[in-house]
Design a protein around this ligand. Structure first.
Ligand code: ADP
Length: 479
């Protein structure tokens, strides 16, 4: 096996799929857990920081309003110092904006006296406290309205704007991320390790199974499969053993058939050899004896030809139903032709042959095969009959099937033989059948032909009284 093929086999194997499944089942929850925990931590850290700063800022905002800071920015040293402190403690920038949007104080001393008009500032002038977290640039921005607490109208005299860095939150997040990555890697290795072990164990019974099948195939090991690890393997083994049993039966019957065929084909040849040898061993053979022996040899050749022809018919019948050459056939006419052909044999045996057609019947059938089947049945009824006996053939039909009944007053079939008569080369009385030219293949051919048409055949017989064969064939061929 090439390396490429080995790789491809592995990627298509159940083991690889199981490993992949276990890894995904292990990794996906781990990744979701990590993302979820880090996000919750970030939200919580930002929210704690925001509310802490907000409470500090509010105290300062009250002081700013109370001390009328907006009118005395330069002289309010205490407030300025507190603003600087707030800015330093939280690593941020604080700006105080008056009601004409001028920045009166900027702890970074960058934008004083400049005008600032932003959505948040405007909203705060309407009395709202706004807190916004920008995770990309890592800062929290807050705007707090400066409201005179003593004023009943709660007039907003200015806005305090703070932007505070969240670098420390990001620092902690980075640390947690690194830890999570290390834990994830360790878990990953453990998951991969156990996935390989578990997947290998899970598919082991399947490997056992294929090995056992291989052993059965090569003829070594047990002659049945037993892998009892899973319900599924037990079921597969049961089905496999059933199939094996059926194959053995088939093989036995094939072997029996081959030995029967050889035996049947050998018998006429042996007779011919005996006849020829005895002629050769005699000196001055009279002409009459020569003629008689040659006639016997001719009969044996005829018999050999009949067996070969029957075998060929049987082989044709063994093929699939697709080989049927279905045409619309007038069955009444077909039966009349068969009767015409068989009448001389019946007359010779002094057997009365009667055909009764209840209605005109046409059916979609393979004419050659159905002719063979019907001929065999009627010929048997004549062959296995007594002198002065009768054979009644009747044809009937309904909207679905045609029904053929072949009834005779012959010798009948013993009950114990009834289940064997369709077997190849089976004959109730071998020597009698041989005498009257039977091969033991006629009914096997008949039954196969009928089954190919999805029909049915039934036999009723009483020894010494006679036999009835009932045949049913669908009028329209069902493929
Ligand atoms: P064969 O070529 O010997 O007739 P078949 O397969 O046609 O072989 O029939 C098998 C055996 O069934 C026959 O040998 C015969 O013993 C028995 N059989 C078939 N048809 C009849 C019948 N109508 N009456 C009595 N026995 C029959």
């Amino acid at each position: 096996m090439t390396r490429l093929k080995k790789f491809s086999n592995f990627f298509h194997s159940l083991k690889f799929r199981l490993i992949l499944l276990f890894i995904l089942l292990g990794f996906i929850p781990a990744v979701i857990l990590r993302i979820g925990i880090l996000k919750s931590y970030e939200d919580r850290a930002v929210s704690i920081k925001s509310s802490e700063i907000l409470s500090q800022a509010k105290i300062l905002a009250n002081q700013i309003v109370a001390s009328d800071y907006l009118s005395n920015v330069d002289t309010s040293d205490i407030i300025n110092a507190e603003l600087e402190q707030l800015s330093n403690v939280y690593d941020g920038r604080v700006m105080i904006i008056d009601n004409s949007f001028h920045i009166v104080k900027d702890t970074y001393n960058l934008d004083e006296q400049k005008t600032i008009i932003s959505q948040e500032v405007i909203e705060s002038y309407h009395g709202q406290e706004i807190s916004k977290y920008d995770s990309q640039n890592r800062y929290i921005e807050m705007t707090i309205p400066l409201t005179d607490v003593n004023d009943t109208d709660k007039t907003v005299v200015g806005v305090m704007l703070m932007s505070v860095s969240t670098d420390n939150v990001e620092l902690n997040l980075g640390y947690l991320r690194n830890n999570a990555f290390v834990i994830e890697m360790i878990c990953g290795f453990i998951i991969i390790f156990f996935s390989v072990i578990v997947a290998t164990r899970l598919v082991k019974p399947l490997h056992h199974m294929s090995k056992s099948i291989e052993e059965i195939q090569t003829g070594y090991g047990d002659d049945s499969l037993a892998i009892n690890d899973y319900t599924e393997t037990i079921q597969i083994c049961e089905k496999f053993n059933e199939m094996l049993g059926r194959m053995k039966v088939l093989d036995d019957s094939r072997q029996e058939f081959v030995s029967n065929v050889s035996h049947e084909l050998k018998t006429p040849l042996t007779s011919m050899k005996v006849l020829a040898d005895s002629l050769n061993s005699m000196e001055d053979v009279p002409n009459e004896l020569y003629k008689e022996f040659m006639e016997d040899i001719g009969n044996e050749i005829e018999r050999e030809t009949k067996i070969i022809n029957d075998l060929l018919s049987l082989v044709k019948m063994d093929k699939s139903a697709a080989d049927l050459n279905v045409t619309n056939v007038n069955v009444n006419e077909l039966l009349e032709q068969i009767m015409k052909r068989l009448r001389p044999i019946a007359d010779k045996q002094k057997v009365e042959l009667v055909l009764e057609s209840f209605r005109p019947v046409t059916a979609d059938v393979d004419e050659v095969k159905i002719t063979l089947a019907f001929t065999n049945l009627i010929e048997n009824a004549i062959k296995y009959n007594h002198e002065g006996g009768w054979v009644h053939v009747s044809l009937n039909a309904d909207h679905q099937y045609l029904y053929l009944k072949v009834e005779d007053s012959g010798m009948g079939i013993p009950e114990e033989s009834l289940e064997h008569i369709y077997e190849r080369f089976y004959r109730v009385d071998k020597s009698h059948s041989r005498e009257i030219g039977g091969t033991g293949l006629g009914l096997a051919i008949t039954r196969n032909a009928i089954l190919m048409h999805r029909g049915a055949i039934k036999v009723f017989s009483t020894e010494g009284e006679g036999t009835i064969f009932n045949v049913r064939i669908p009028l329209n061929y069902i493929s």
